[in-house]
Write a protein that binds this ligand. Sequence first.
Ligand code: FPP
Length: 251
Amino acid sequence: MDFTMQSSLNVRDFPGLHVACIMDGNGRWAERRGLPRTAGHRSGVEAVRRIVEASPGLGIGTLSLYAFSADNWKRPEAEVGALMVLFRTYLRAEIARLRRGHVRLTVFGRRDRLPEAVRMAITRAEWETRKGNRLHLRIAVDYAGRDAIRMAAARWASETKDPSAPPSREVFASYVAAAAHCPETPPVDLLMRTGGEQRLSDFLLWESAYAELLFLNTLWPDVTAQTLADAVEAFHSRDRRFGGLSRRTGT
Ligand code: FPP
């Protein structure tokens, strides 16, 4: 079987909300229980399962999860190693469940710095789930939003015949997606971060231009289907104007 070919994906393949999550608080969750930080990450995987399962029922078509940032390489080697093992295990163990739920999984970010076993697990999981059409689950590994924009700019500059005419936003968006090795993706509707911090940490900067932001004190391993349902409800109560006037009041 040829695992190297990723079948194409269109932004309209997964209608519904695009929700992005910065999954913060695993370490604190573990420390509060006197456990090693890696126990928090393992528990974080359970929360991932819960929200992947809940997403389609909440009108979510695309779910982007920040699993490992390009800056996370600065963490102690043991923690990075444990996270890599966790990703590999998740990708291998989860294929059957994802296929049953008609979930398509793709991973975005740099691949060249990942251990070979993780790269192989990614390629296999992407291939095995390519027919999923209920939810597009996107996992960011070794990802940095600024690098995606930087690489996109360099690529565009090398390809354009007229550098004085900037690309349209739509065209540039496809360069940004390609730079992070991901299929084109709709803009983020809701960006939520757990763990109490209120920052973006270099996640999906271009794609989140008009995202609604939600910061929760809940630690990631404590996230449940209800947490996500409440987040989606909060999103629907927002008045999204995209720089225009309110659709509700016309003012
Ligand atoms: C941030 O919390 C979390 C991470 C750097 C890792 C996220 C990984 C998972 C949730 C598990 C694996 C995910 C998948 C998709 C298989 P932190 O460690 O910075 O927490 P702290 O701020 O409390 O220290």
